[in-house]
Design a protein around this ligand. Structure first.
Ligand code: 5GP
Length: 190
């Protein structure tokens, strides 16, 4: 997606050979117009998949997921990373190792919002080693629902996530694929 790649080139900050900071438009300040275009693009790619729900993870997956949900006309559920007083029982849970925070945490979704009849599009901001995606897949599968595919805003193709998820048979659509961050430069796959 050219607008996204241009935004990354102009406003992304390479923090190390492995980490890209996009706080200017996705992870802290949010560019609503770009999020709308991202939502349209995910909807275009998954329109024929019979998606009934979108599942993402707080906080940075929510903006692109909501825009995709708006376009596809389906509800959006975000997995919570922190315990909530109002989310106490009937939980689907999975353990996820955070790439950026380097801690293991439990993510949770209420059983009330997913059923075995659902076909789920999973959306997240980044794909690195695939831990967050695998946690979300585990939640969807615990509900007996099926995974239509994964929509990723920025994939770092030099990490193992795509390879591992594709080996398990999942369809992955990434809107920007980063081949390398070496030397402080963002290089895209195509
Ligand atoms: P994974 O679970 O695939 O290893 O990493 C994906 C998760 O870690 C995403 O939910 C995202 O929040 C975070 N993440 C991974 N790599 C980056 C990165 O380069 N920059 C930022 N801002 N977040 C990242």
């Amino acid at each position: 997606m050219e607008q996204l790649k241009e935004k990354i080139r102009r406003e992304g900050i390479v923090l190390s050979d492995k980490v890209l900071k996009v706080d200017a438009f996705l992870n802290h300040q949010i560019d609503p117009r770009l999020m709308q275009q991202i939502g349209e693009e995910f909807a275009r790619r998954f329109r024929d998949e019979g998606v009934t729900k979108i599942v993402t993870i707080e906080a940075s997956g929510i903006a692109p997921a909501v825009m995709a949900g708006l376009e596809l006309g389906v509800p959006v559920i975000f997995a919570r990373k922190h315990q909530s007083l109002t989310l106490t029982d009937h939980l689907l849970t999975a353990s996820v190792y955070s790439f950026t925070k380097q801690v293991e945490s439990t993510i949770a979704i209420s059983t009330h919002h997913l059923s075995a009849n659902d076909r789920v599009l999973i959306i997240d901001d980044f794909l690195a080693n695939g831990k967050a995606a695998k946690g979300l897949i585990a939640l969807v599968q615990q509900a007996g629902a099926s995974v239509a595919g994964l929509g990723i805003v920025i994939e770092k193709s030099f990490q193992a996530g795509r390879q591992e998820l594709e080996a398990q048979g999942f369809r992955i659509e990434s809107l920007a694929r980063v081949r390398s961050l070496e030397g402080g430069q963002v290089q895209f796959v195509d």
